[in-house]
Design a protein around this ligand. Structure first.
Ligand code: 6LW
Length: 504
């Protein structure tokens, strides 16, 4: 039973911090569910549950087996699984996504969003990304994709029915109409889209018509939401989805970023999920304030009973859903069954420069945080890393005789430092500390410290590195930092993993 807070306080945006982009939300009675894109990571499509739209708990990952998610070993970072749409219809949950590195558009269903989800219904006739699902009153299912184009589909067979038609090209002059979502609200069919691209020009626009096929009349106030520019604490706002709150009011989930280091700054946590209120005027949505601190909605909030654990001691048998790997997770490479209470990783690649190295990590969700592991390199080589992709990562690595810090930034790879080790288990630490104050970027308000702890817990820093090189502005792509454990030779065992926020 979760606690209930008094109305009249505030909540913090993002409601799902860390790399959780392209949110899609649905309501089933008093419960809300939300899905995000996941790109090269496996399992894919994290699923969250909430009762108040503010507090979200991850309940699983929709695509948790190879028959659902095939990511070729050499598929590019920020490839893989693009934006989902999650809907509740006809007593079931429906999820449609695009695997741009494999099977294209795929449709899944579940009776319980925590899983298991079905194997995919392939949609070879649906072209484009950002697929949406909407059902007409007669049960016809319309699949709308970026562009914005639409086609009818048979949800049982994946067959397309009829022709693919362009239904709206967005605001004249605005690029990349994408992330379409269709809603039947009152007498209108509303078509919500993102446009301007997912960077600093991102925005949300809407049009309406009397049929799901259009024609659609654009809202005179488009874009109904944008933070275009570089002077807002939340930027790149777009890729939204609408939902009604418990009291019938309307709300929008969307992606945004929180740059640091001045203007235009850089962001390291990826595109995060934010919540904004929506009212209606003349049959058009009006998006309310979107800021880091928000007046709470007019219903009691229900924070989860237990705050997220700092320590995962791998005693639970199955890995928690927040743990993600690169492209696949073969049981022989990643198991908690070999050494009771330990996570054993068996190397699959030679370094984090390789796209399918054995890696188990979690999204960095706080600008300032501390990650620690007790690693036993046994006969191998591995450790603790913070990565954006194969070309942008920092790691502290243990072997039986040495601890070393490696960095990879674009074309540059370097062994920063090393020191002898006595062998056996060693506590490795990565500490990210950044400030949101607008400071001179040359002061490097974003430092990543890597080091070791002795038996008494005394920390020895081996390297303090500039964190801006692990930002999306440097690396590009659609993800954000992930901090995790890896094995790059032989077998490495991990007794526990601590993740501790050091900011609010
Ligand atoms: C997503 C699309 C987009 O599918 O980026 O920039 C893709 N826009 O809406 C990945 O997030």
């Amino acid at each position: 039973m979760s606690s209930v807070s008094e109305p009249g306080t505030t909540f913090s945006n993002p409601v799902i911090p860390g790399f959780h982009p392209d949110p899609s939300i649905c309501r089933a009675g008093d419960d809300y569910y939300l899905a995000c894109s996941s790109f090269e990571y496996f399992p894919g499509v994290p699923l969250f549950h909430s009762r108040d739209l503010v507090h979200w708990t991850q309940i699983g990952n929709a695509l948790d087996r190879p028959s659902q998610l095939r990511l070729p070993p050499r598929s590019p970072s920020s490839g893989g699984v693009y934006a989902p749409t999650l809907r509740h219809h006809d007593g079931r949950f429906w999820l449609i996504v695009t695997n741009v590195s494999g099977d294209g558009n795929l449709l899944f269903t579940a009776t319980d969003p925590a899983g298991p989800w079905s194997d995919p219904v392939r949609l070879p006739g649906v072209h484009g990304i950002d697929p949406d699902l909407a059902w007409d009153d007669d049960g016809t299912c319309w699949c709308t994709t970026a562009g914005v184009a639409q086609i009818r589909i048979d949800t049982r067979t994946g067959e397309t029915l009829g022709e693919r038609r362009g239904i709206w090209s967005g605001t004249p002059g605005a690029k990349a109409p994408e992330a379409p979502h269709l809603y039947h609200i009152g007498d209108h069919w509303y078509l919500l889209i993102a446009e301007g691209g997912t960077e600093r020009c991102h925005g949300v626009s809407i049009a309406r018509g009397s049929s799901p096929q259009g024609p659609f009349e654009p809202c005179p106030a488009n874009p109904v939401l944008t933070h275009r520019g570089t002077d807002h604490p939340i930027q790149n706002t777009g890729h939204a989805d609408l939902v009604q709150g418990p009291d019938g009011s309307w709300w929008m989930v969307l992606l945004g970023v929180r740059p640091q280091g001045g203007t235009p700054g850089w962001h390291v946590l990826g595109r995060e999920t934010f919540l904004a209120p929506v009212t209606w005027s003349d049959g058009w949505p009006v998006v309310g304030e979107l800021s880091p601190v928000m007046a709470e909605p007019p219903w009691p909030l229900q924070p989860p009973a237990a705050s997220p654990l700092v320590r995962d001691d791998f005693d639970a048998g199955e890995l928690a859903p927040l743990w993600i790997s690169l492209r696949s997770r073969p049981a022989q490479d990643c198991t908690t069954k070999e050494r009771a209470g330990w996570l054993t990783l068996r190397a699959r690649g030679q370094s984090l420069d390789e796209p399918d190295v054995t890696f188990v990590g979690r999204r960095q969700q706080h600008l300032s945080c501390r990650a620690r592991v007790l690693a036993d390199p046994a006969d191998g080589r591995g450790g603790l890393a913070v990565r954006l992709d194969e070309r942008h990562h920092y790691e502290i690595e243990a072997t039986p005789g040495e601890v070393r810090v490696h960095v990879r930034v674009g074309p540059l790879r370097s062994l920063v430092t090393s020191r002898p080790a006595t062998g056996g288990p060693v506590v490795l630490r990565i500490e990210a500390s950044a400030s949101r104050e607008v400071t001179d970027a040359r002061q490097g308000p974003d430092t990543v410290s890597l080091g070791v702890e002795d038996a008494e817990g005394t920390y020895t820093e081996l390297a303090a590195l500039d964190g801006r090189y692990l930002s999306t502005e440097v690396a590009g792509g659609f993800t954000g930092r992930v901090i995790g454990m890896y094995a790059a030779a032989g077998t490495v065992h991990f007794d526990w993993f601590d993740y501790e926020p050091l900011d609010d």
